[in-house]
Design a protein around this ligand. Structure first.
Ligand code: HEC
Length: 115
């Protein structure tokens, strides 16, 4: 028997392990965490699908996170808005309450809302 078969088998095995091991699918896990964080901290203002139709209204109004106004800003800009908040609006700085990692997760979740 040549050696290709066991080698290929080994590689397939490692790939299978990587895919099926919980915690390895980083993107999925981050989105789930982002969703939890969003529902806890952001939903009251931004609404269930990010449209700015949460229970509480503000002046200036809550940003519609599915609008091109927001989506055309680069991710780095949006991360900064979440980190530092927006001056003179109800949008708070989250940097003292959420880790960098958590803020990335929550933005990743926000970007999954239907446009
Ligand atoms: C108390 C209400 C409130 C909460 C809670 C809140 N926001 Fe906001 N958010 C706002 C308002 C108001 C604006 C619009 C600010 C403006 O006019 O520029 C805004 C704007 C934004 C923007 C757009 C920023 C930009 O640069 O255009 C993002 C992104 C955002 N919020 C994300 C979040 C996330 C993520 C959370 C949860 C961690 C959150 N917000 C929690 C009120 C809130």
């Amino acid at each position: 028997m040549n050696t290709a078969f066991p080698v290929a088998c080994g590689i397939a095995m490692i790939c299978w392990l990587a895919i099926s091991t919980p915690g390895f699918a980083a993107d999925e896990r981050n989105l789930e965490r982002g969703k939890r964080l969003y529902e806890k901290y952001c939903l009251a203002c931004h609404g269930p699908k990010g449209r700015g139709d949460g229970a509480t209204q503000f002046v200036p109004p809550v940003a519609d996170l599915t609008s091109s106004d927001v989506l055309l800003k680069p991710d780095s800009r949006l991360l900064k808005s979440i980190h530092e908040g927006k001056p003179n609006t109800a949008m708070d700085a989250w940097t003292s309450r959420l880790s960098d990692e958590a803020i990335r997760d929550v933005l990743a979740y926000v970007l999954t809302f239907p446009r």
